[in-house]
Ligand binder design. Structure first.
Ligand code: ADP
Length: 451
């Protein structure tokens, strides 16, 4: 400001001196006015240059000017720079924020107060079949035409979600989405979509499982209750009493087997994966299976030819109790489903790629192809009455599959009606080793199971 006043006075003084020098006192007066006018003219030109620079948006270099206008230009330029920097930082933060929403496993769609799409992430695009670019400004109601969503959107109660089929939902491959609107800001809404297919499937499985277990337990319980009532109310002879008590013991056994299989499955699900540090000779496992098969055949009163061919020196890494449970389930199924006089071969084979195959082949009734993919489902039985007659729970192959998965092994089933069945567990090479002991090895030997 001081510079401005000084320069103004200097211009008047210079004009006055020049006027006095040229035309005396009158000239001095005209010179002072002329000096002031000249100063205003120059000042106005400077101001105009700054004004023009501001009109251009202040993006280029400011006009170089001293004094007040120079300072105005300089301060404005600095204010512009500061604002640009802030806008850049906010933009970068917004981009980071949008990138985070993009990475979300949930679908996110931002809607304006009229329900038009302002932004959506890629997951929402997959879920709802919208195009994040092309469908901008489209009404969500026009793109999401599911009646349940339309009713939900119209109703205006967004305190809960609505479950609708996803875009790629097909009868064999359902996709279920949970969709919820969340109001925010001034009438805006955020639509969140979540894939709940697995959740719904798990819930259905849980419900089916509870229903199946209840059914399996209710049947023997009803029979038991009936016998107890008979024993309480009827004066029975010693022979009848014994017969009823035997039948009751059978039902109690059935419930015990079921509970024990259920506990095995729950232990398999809840315990950590078996390590690869505990080695068990395959021959030991196969010898135990053979023993169990012989006892079961004796209980069932069946005679088969059972051939067991354990390998020499081969060892398997994993949880021995689980391995034995899986192997003996396969052998006991063969004993239970093969009619008396049939053949059962229990083998170990080293495959060329280093894996090892434990297999049980029988000459039983065989299984129709449509049942094979479902055999490992819990409580799935081809023939309910035969399974029950022989003490089956419908959980044996589910246990085998689970144990196999926990040991990185694969369950293979080959069977055809009338042609017998072969069930095999193929163990990975990483869980196998060979140890050489001078006295190792049990020789293949046929055994006859007798009633
Ligand atoms: P279950 O306790 O009923 O035997 P599993 O899970 O062990 O249950 O087997 C499922 C079904 O597979 C059985 O009900 C039976 O119909 C069929 N199955 C299993 N093993 C054999 C076999 N060796 N021969 C014929 N059918 C079999």
């Amino acid at each position: 400001m001081l510079w401005r006043i000084t320069s103004f006075l200097f211009c008047q003084l210079a004009g006055g001196l020049l006027g006095w020098f040229v035309a005396g006192d009158r000239g001095a007066q005209v010179g002072i006015v002329g000096g002031a006018f000249g100063w205003f003219l120059v000042d106005m030109l400077r101001g105009l240059r700054v004004m023009r620079w501001l009109r251009r948006g202040g993006q280029d270099e400011p006009p170089s000017a001293a004094g007040l206008w120079g300072e105005v230009a300089d301060r404005t330029r600095r204010a512009f720079r500061g604002r640009e920097q802030l806008a850049g930082e906010s933009d970068a933060r917004l981009q980071e924020f949008l990138a985070a929403i993009q990475a979300s496993p949930n679908g996110v769609v931002l809607l304006d107060p009229a329900g038009r799409i302002e932004w959506s992430n890629q997951t929402a695009a997959w879920h709802l079949g919208i195009d994040p670019q092309r469908d901008l400004q489209q009404l969500i109601g026009n793109l999401l035409r599911d009646p349940a969503f339309a009713a939900y959107n119209a109703q205006g109660d967004y305190t809960h979600d609505v479950v609708i089929p996803g875009r790629d939902s097909a009868p064999g491959r359902p996709l279920r989405l949970s969709v919820q609107l969340h109001p925010y800001g001034q009438g805006r809404k955020m639509l969140l979509s979540r894939d709940v297919t697995a959740l719904e499937q798990a819930e259905t499985m849980r419900r089916d499982f509870v229903a199946n277990v209840s059914h399996e337990i209710r049947t023997p319980l009803t029979v038991l209750a009936g016998f107890i009532e008979t024993l309480q109310n009827l004066p029975l002879g010693e022979g009848d009493r014994k017969r009823y008590l035997d039948l009751m013991a059978q039902q109690a056994d059935r419930m015990q087997t079921l509970v024990s299989d259920l506990l095995t499955l729950s232990r398999l699900e809840g315990s950590p994966l078996p390590g690869a540090g505990e080695w068990t000779p395959v021959a030991t496992l196969m010898a135990q299976c053979e023993q169990e098969a012989l006892s079961l055949a004796a209980v069932l009163g069946k005679a088969h030819e059972l051939r067991s061919e354990p390998p020499e020196g081969r060892e398997l890494a994993g949880a021995p109790s689980e391995l034995l449970s899986a192997m003996s389930n396969l052998v006991s199924n063969a004993v239970r489903y093969t009619p008396a006089g049939g053949h059962i071969a229990v083998r170990w084979r080293d495959l060329p790629d280093g894996r090892g195959e434990f297999s049980v082949r029988d000459t039983g009734p065989g299984i129709a192809p449509e049942h094979i993919p479902r055999l490992t489902e819990r409580f799935y039985r081809v023939d309910r009455s035969r399974s029950r007659e022989t003490g089956g729970t419908g959980l044996g192959l589910a246990i085998v599959k689970h144990v196999g998965q926990r040991h990185g092994a694969e369950l293979r089933i080959e069977s055809a009606p009338g042609a017998g069945s072969t069930f095999a567990i193929v163990f990975p090479a990483s869980r196998l080793r060979t140890v050489t002991r001078p006295d190792a090895g049990a020789r293949a030997r046929p055994a006859t199971t007798a009633p």
